[in-house]
Design a protein around this ligand. Sequence first.
Ligand code: ADP
Length: 510
Amino acid sequence: MSKTKKKPKDPASMRVLFVTPECYPLVKTGGLADVSAALPPALNRAGAEVRLLLPGYPAVLNGLSDLQPVGKPLTDLPGTDRPGSAPATLRIGRTPDGVLAYVLDAPALYDRPGNPYLGPDGKDWPDNAERFAALSWCAAGFAAEDGLDPWWRPDVLHGHDWQTGLIPAYLELRPDRFAGPFRPGTVTTIHNIAYQGLFGAWMMSDLGLPSAAFRIDGVEYYGGVGFLKAGCFYSDRLTTVSPTYAHEIQTAEHGSGLEGLLATRAEALTGILNGVDYDIWDPAIDPHIAARYGAADLGGKDLCKADLQATFGLDRRADAPLAAVVSRLTGHKGLDLVLEAASQWIAWGGQLAVLGNGEPALEAGFRHLATWYPKSVGVRIGYDEALSHRIQAGADLFLVPSRSEPCGLTQMYALKYGTLPLVRRTGGLADTIVDANPAAVNDGSATGFQFVNANVQELTWALRRAAALYRKPERWHAMQQHAMTRDFGWHGPAEEYMELYRAVAPVVVG
Ligand code: ADP
C-alpha cells in the first residue's frame, strides 16, 4: 500500500522506529514487553539502527537515563488540548539495556499511576483512544517534512499491537500533515489478535481522521473505529509471532473478526517466532536453580527435581514423572483440561507442580486438587519469577495445553531445561515442538508431545504416551538432550525482521 518515494543515497544502516506501548523492565503487562526489550538489541546486532518510541508513563520517564528534549513542544497531538494540560514534548534517553528511546512526554495522557491501560476502578481509561492515537500521531510525525527529529529519519515505522495501529493510517490519510521527503515503510506486528482497540465512530475527528475514511476499506470496524483493523488495512507488511498463528488468524476460529481482512492480505502477512533470551533462561548459568547442568551432563537436574518436590511438599520419588505448569490461569490456556486429566495422571504415578494466577475458578480448582492429593500435587497461586526457573529445571514434563497460543515462551524455555513440553498443536506451540510419534522418536527429531483437539481424552492420551516414554530412560534422555540443543535465540528472528525491513524501506537512489 505504500506510495514509495525515493530516499537519497545514505550508506548508513536501516533506521527503524520501534513503536511500542510496553518495554521490560520499564513497563510490562505481557509478553510484548519482553519482545520490546530483546528484539531491538538483536536487530542492532544484525546491522539495524533501532530506536524505540514509548508513551511517557512515569515509570518510563523515571527509568530512562540521559533524557533530553528533542525539538519544539508538540502542539497538535490528539487528546492534549484539554484546558490546563502541560504541553507535550518529545524526549530521548536510553533504556537500562542501552537502547536509544524516544518518549512522548504528554502528562495529560500518561502521567497516571498504575496499569497503563486500566484506571484504579479496573476499567479501561476512558481516553485510551486518544492516548494511543497520540502515540501513533507522534510516530507518523517522524516522517513529516518537518520531521520530529530532523537528525534522524526512520526508514521503517514498526508498530506493535492495536496501540500503534493508526500509524500507517495517518501516513496514508493525512498527507497534508505527514508527507515528507520520503515515505518510510510500515510494519504492524500482532502479538495477540484478541485485543483490537475498538472505539466509537464519533471519535473520528478527535483522532485526526478524515470522515471519508470511515468505511469498510478504511478504519471502520463493526460500526466503530478499529485501531488494529486500521493497522491491518494500511500497513505495508504485517507480522505475527509464529507461522502457524499467521495461518490461524485468517480463520473464523482464531481471527476474532479480522480473519476476512487478513485473508485478503495474506501475501503481506508473515509469521516470525519470538526468541528466547538465553542469558536468562539457561540451566548452565541460571542463578535461581538448585544445581546447574547442561545437555552433556544432566546430573544437576536430579537435584533440581528433589528441590522442587521438597518445595511443593511432594513425595521425594526420583522415579515419579513430575509434570509442571507455569502460566496465567485463563480459559484460553486450556488448564481446565489439566484439572480434568490430573487424577488419571496421578493414578499412573505422576506428580504435578503448578505456579500461576488468574481466573478465580481455575485458582480454586488447582487449590482443591492439591488438598485432595497433597503428596502428588503442589500448587502456588501467585507470580514468582525465581520459582518459575526452579520449576523449569526440576520438572520432567512441561504442560502447555492452550486453546490458542500466538507464540508461547514457556515451552521454549522448557526445551532448554530438558523438561519435555507437552503441548496442544496450535500457534507457536505447533511450530516449536516436534511430537514424539514413533518415526520422530526413531530418527531422533522428537522434542516433546502434542495433542490436536482441546479435549480431556486427547490430553490424557498424550500424558499416557509421555508416561510410557518416561519408563524408557535411554529414549527419554536422548530426547532431553536433543531438546536442549534446539536454538530459539533472537538471532534468527532478527534476521527475518531485517529481510522484511529491506522489503519495505524506501529505495536508495543516486
Ligand atoms: P503469555 O504471554 O500468554 O502469558 P507466554 O508463554 O508467551 O504466555 O509468556 C508467559 C511468561 O510469563 C513466561 O515468561 C512465564 O514464565 C511467565 N509467567 C506466567 N505466569 C507466571 C507466574 N505465575 N509466575 C512466574 N512467571 C510466570
